[in-house]
Design a protein around this ligand. Structure first.
Ligand code: FAD
Length: 379
């Protein structure tokens, strides 16, 4: 169901084949080792850059291919369809580069985007703090103006690409007394004095993705690194977030499809009580239900992508896609693991990794509960 959808023309399908080949040859053969290391080496980022897989929408004037959102979606889909999405190019491309493209000055775009396209600069976005996740306005990391610099103090946690990142968009309070109207986005370029990275956090899934704590102790950042307008950070994040959630929904949908496809193949091979598992009505009914949910999920996803292409995707529609697809992914991996029996619980079986990788999707990028809050506001 992933291929040949009307939303994509034939030229995109060629990109899909190339991306799939790249992940099959460069990512999947090494993923076990990188899961043990807890990080993907920078060399893969450079190779992905050479292949044009990073920041495909960046224009040629900044070293990019000047593609559209469909190019980006294809890459997200193929990443999800690998069955493990620990190579967190979505954070780099769909969030960090997208913020620079949308909010950056000409000078900032020239300085950062070409190296982001090539994979020489890896991006991270640091919003979450130990005491503030869902409630972004409760952050306490501060950026105080001192002449032509900001001085940043505070700490962040759960930051994707936290160890590998060279360019970090830090969400800070520049006017704490103004609450959500006192938030700004400031780019920290590592290494810089006063900036340290905590230990790589151990996770239940997505183990090859480096997730870390970040500490800012009097970090001096030139005012030229302010991204967008001062004190407009909250509004800017809210403006960008539907697209980010659409990307998460896209990866979740493709990952759900992958779990389904490997399970269909498995139940045709596996014999129980003398016949293939697929011949049992329970198996057929389970898979029929799951196929139905996948079909509906793809249709809604394509509807949302089409709306986004027209600039019409609303925050609550993106929330619906994120909620539905990430919940579907988690149901899918659970039901599919069950159909694998004990083999599904073994780390060597792909569905086992898909199960543990999936869980974060209902939490990060806005939890399912926050999606419901957003949707409920439209009632
Ligand atoms: C692997 C991973 C990678 C991540 N990467 C990044 C990153 O790159 N950058 C970054 O900034 N952050 C990142 N995060 C953080 C992520 O975005 C937060 O974990 C998420 O927003 C939830 O915040 P929290 O963990 O503080 O949970 P909390 O906000 O403490 O929420 C706890 C529970 O309360 C629920 N809840 C919260 N508010 C409400 C409400 N109003 N109504 C009902 N229920 C509510 C939540 O849904 C959740 O179930 C990452 C997290 C993980 C696990």
């Amino acid at each position: 169901m992933i291929e040949n959808r009307p939303i994509y023309g034939p030229e995109y399908e060629e990109l899909r084949r190339n991306v799939r080949r790249f992940f099959a040859t460069e990512l999947l053969p090494n993923i076990d080792r990188w899961e043990e290391d807890g990080i993907i080496p920078k060399s893969l980022w450079l190779k992905a850059g050479q292949m044009g897989l990073l920041c495909p929408t960046v224009g040629p004037e900044y070293g990019g291919a000047g593609g559209d959102f469909l190019h980006l979606s294809i890459i997200d889909e193929e990443l999800g369809y690998t069955g493990q999405a620990s190579f967190t190019i979505q954070t780099h491309t769909d969030i960090v580069a997208a913020y620079v493209e949308a909010l950056g000055t000409e000078e900032q775009k020239k300085r950062w985007l070409p190296r982001m396209v090539r994979g020489e600069l890896i991006g991270a976005v640091a919003m979450t703090e130990p005491q503030a996740g869902s409630d972004l306005k409760a952050i306490t990391t501060s950026a105080r103006r001192d002449g032509d610099h900001f001085i940043i103090n505070g700490s962040k946690t759960f930051i994707t690409n936290g160890i590998n990142a060279d360019l970090i968009i830090v969400v800070c309070k520049t006017a704490p007394e103004l609450g959500r109207n006192g938030v700004s986005l400031i780019v920290v370029e590592a290494p810089v004095e006063g900036f340290t990275r905590g230990k790589r956090l151990k996770k239940m899934g997505m183990k090859a993705s480096d997730t870390a704590e970040l500490f800012f102790d009097g970090v001096r950042v030139p005012v030229e690194n302010l991204l967008g307008a001062e004190n407009a950070g909250f509004k800017q994040v809210m403006h960008e977030i539907p697209k980010e959630r659409l990307s998460i929904a896209t990866i979740a949908m493709a990952a759900a499809q992958k779990a389904f496809d490997v399970t269909v193949a498995y139940v045709k091979e596996r014999k129980v009580f003398g016949k293939p598992l697929i011949e049992f009505q329970n198996t057929q009914f389970k898979l029929a239900e799951l196929k139905t949910q996948l079909t509906v999920g793809w249709a809604h996803l394509d509807h949302c992508i089409a709306k986004h292409l027209k600039g019409e995707l609303t925050s609550d529609e993106a929330a619906i896609a994120k909620l539905f697809n990430t919940e579907l992914q988690c149901r899918m991996v659970d039901e599919c693991l069950q159909l694998h029996g004990g083999w599904g619980y073994m780390a060597e079986t792909p569905i086992s990794r898909m199960y543990t990788d999936a869980r974060v999707r209902r939490i990060a990028g806005g939890s399912s509960e926050i999606m419901k809050v957003l949707i409920a506001r439209t009632l």
